[in-house]
Design a protein around this ligand. Sequence first.
Ligand code: AVI
Length: 319
Amino acid sequence: MALAIHFHEQSQPAPESSLRDEALAGLSCSPKWLSPKFFYDRRGSELFEKICQQPEYYLTRTEEGILREAVDDIARLSGPGIDLIEFGSGASRKVRLLLEALRPISYLGIDISEDFLLSSTQRLAADYPWLEVHAACSDFSQRLDLPEDFHSAHPLAFYPGSSIGNFTPAQARRFLGELHDLLPPGGGALIGVDLVKDRTTLEAAYNDRARATAAFNLNVLQRIRDELDSDIDPSRFEHHAFFNDAECRIEMHLVATEAQDVRIEGQSFHFAEGESLHTENSYKYSLESFCALARSAGFDCIGRWLDDDELFSVHYLQR
Ligand code: AVI
């Protein structure tokens, strides 16, 4: 039986039309580029869950360990009677680590992948019958706003997983500024941030031996083939991920294994052999550089937790 969740319709373009427009625009750029938000159709979201279980991808298990240890401190900082709002909620798994200690009145999951969002929030509602569960399908990378019919006097924003690293620092600053303006004075934001570390550990995390990350990256080409009028062939590209230390980011690319012309929606795009389509940046911060960014958006950094190896960090920001 499907459990009652409150689903909020958002007035945004359908995902297919933004994939069409952004694929045509991004493949016309030099170098070619496509936003990582298009990774997350149902299959991409499932592949991302698989990445999170890979031994090399330390981010998920490390953040979960930090949240387990810090949850009572987090509850003390947030106080009672909060509404928990998760951006990029995906499988709504990490939030489960917080629910018993925080006892929020309601939970709002916001994600770009509608059917994944609905099944995850329905499972959450089934497992936590005392919690009022809301869901909104939204591309908050464009503009951060809450559903018009969702009101909260005491919101706590939750943005785990270092997804903030998928924005450029300028976009992250804008996101944090919009989040700051959305929160009432005293409102909090709990943000997971991956830390800069040695190249070997970083590059292994994005080149797992099971090739889950490669499949995740290549799936975006399959989406273009399935959802648009296109003859693009994922088997003629390969996954490439490396640490760009000048920019302090992991870059993911899809590299053409041979010269080819690709047709998308009546337009033709040439790839030289070895030419890449840049699909994702994953910025890594130091504790200081992230707090400076948060402060520049108007927040106070009032809590911060790390694992013993200082791989990952969770920050409590307050407006
Ligand atoms: C969602 N995001 C934080 C992930 C990351 O690590 O940048 C996405 C990802 N890309 C490849 N592996 C995981």
